[in-house]
Design a protein. Structure first.
Ligand SMILES: Cc1cc2nc3c(=O)[nH]c(=O)nc-3n(C[C@H](O)[C@H](O)[C@H](O)COP(=O)(O)OP(=O)(O)OC[C@H]3O[C@@H](n4cnc5c(N)ncnc54)[C@H](O)[C@@H]3O)c2cc1C
Length: 336
């Protein structure tokens, strides 16, 4: 059991900054995120895009902002449970919460801050009838380690940057023995140079390009052995393969948070704007995951919400202590 003062569900920018604000009040945080890295949307969706509305930074790359937030939080030694989704929240007899992940890791604290953003990112799945049967048995939605595919045959489906980039990587570096790229249109949505590179690799025979086609079926005993591809003009084609990798992007879903007895409105958690508390005492919701009149889904608004919420959390944890606001310029930053 991991014990801390504040469990933060979601290690996006808002969760990360909240570690710092909690730390100033001598409260320790442990963060849980279903993604394998911290940074939320900034790391997962747009790490290389410049953000122009972070106060004091005329321009900063989203990935750089995450690095800075991690550095700023470091003195307060946050704990992280990454690559695990928080699935349940239970109250203990002594008024604490236990948050359990899909891998069974348990965390206990008097305060829970939900900074879950748009929710858990789930892969968009193609409509193939027996798809689920082959998940982890040849069907993969995320390429975590390309070496996993060394010496294997891969069918990648999709027409965006992720599908193009991985097809190029696996073929050009001679990792997979065979790479087929299946896309339902004749043109691709990805970057022009990636499209050109795919065309070049197709020309040299390193990528088998199958456009105006869709994977419609999977065959194999226990694991993927071949896929059935429906081509616009040629009808059904069977391609022998070890892996089918549909790369159609990730879609956010509030997921398990929606079943925790919290007031939900328009796929977000309703909060009291005096301290961003939810209808369950000791549970707060900050950042993109919450809703209230006038809500703006912006990073700077999430920073404000986290700052206010930890003040309220302090009062709950230490009802007998009075917290006096101290400037960091005066008090400095004293880590744990
Ligand atoms: C392309 C793009 C450009 C943007 N540009 C700007 C901009 O210029 N300025 C600006 O202010 N904002 C911008 N935004 C919005 C900004 O990224 C969000 O407001 C911000 O990321 C919200 O931060 P967050 O920490 O609340 O949530 P998120 O960044 O969404 O992070 C939430 C985290 O919670 C995790 N999570 C959710 N549920 C669970 C669970 N049950 N268990 C474990 N983990 C969970 C998720 O995996 C995720 O990592 C942009 C967004 C996009 C997509």
């Amino acid at each position: 059991m991991i014990k801390t003062d504040i469990i933060i569900i979601g290690a996006g920018p808002v969760g990360l900054f909240t570690i710092f604000e909690a730390g100033l009040l001598k409260l320790k945080c442990h963060l849980i995120d279903s993604l394998p890295q911290a940074g939320g949307q900034c790391s997962e969706i747009y790490p290389k895009k410049p953000i122009y509305d972070i106060p004091g930074f005329p321009s900063i790359l989203a990935g750089e902002l995450v690095d800075n937030l991690m550095e700023q939080a470091a003195p307060f030694k946050p704990g992280f449970t990454l690559g695990e989704a928080a699935v349940s929240i239970d109250k203990t007899d002594d008024d604490k919460y236990i948050v359990t992940t899909d891998k069974g890791t348990q965390h206990e604290a008097p305060i829970v801050m939900i900074a879950g953003g748009l929710g858990v990112f789930e892969p968009r799945k193609p409509p193939i009838e027996n798809l689920e049967k082959y998940e982890d048995n040849g069907v993969e939605y995320i390429i975590k380690d390309p070496e996993f595919y060394r010496g294997k045959r891969c069918v990648i489906s999709g027409g965006g940057d992720s599908a193009l980039d991985w097809a190029i990587f696996l073929a050009d570096k001679d990792i997979a023995t065979e790479v087929s790229l299946v896309h339902r249109r004749s043109s691709f949505r990805g970057h022009l140079d990636s499209v050109q590179k795919v065309m070049d690799l197709a020309e040299s025979g390193k990528i088998k390009l199958i456009t105006e086609a869709e994977v419609v079926g999977i065959e194999g005993t226990g694991k993927v052995e071949s896929v059935i591809i429906k081509h616009k003009t040629e009808g059904e084609i069977k391609v022998a393969t070890d892996y089918l990798i549909p790369l159609f992007g990730l879609k956010p879903s509030l997921g398990p948070i929606a079943d925790w007895g919290l007031d939900i409105e328009k796929n977000a958690i309703k909060v009291d704007t005096t301290d961003y508390s939810t209808n369950r005492p000791g549970i707060y919701a900050i950042g993109d995951v919450n809703t209230y009149e006038g809500k703006l889904k912006l990073i700077l608004c999430g920073f404000h919400e986290g700052t206010i919420a930890v003040q309220s959390a302090f009062a709950r944890i230490h009802p007998d202590k009075k917290n006096v606001l101290k400037y960091t310029t005066v008090n400095g930053v004293h880590g744990f």
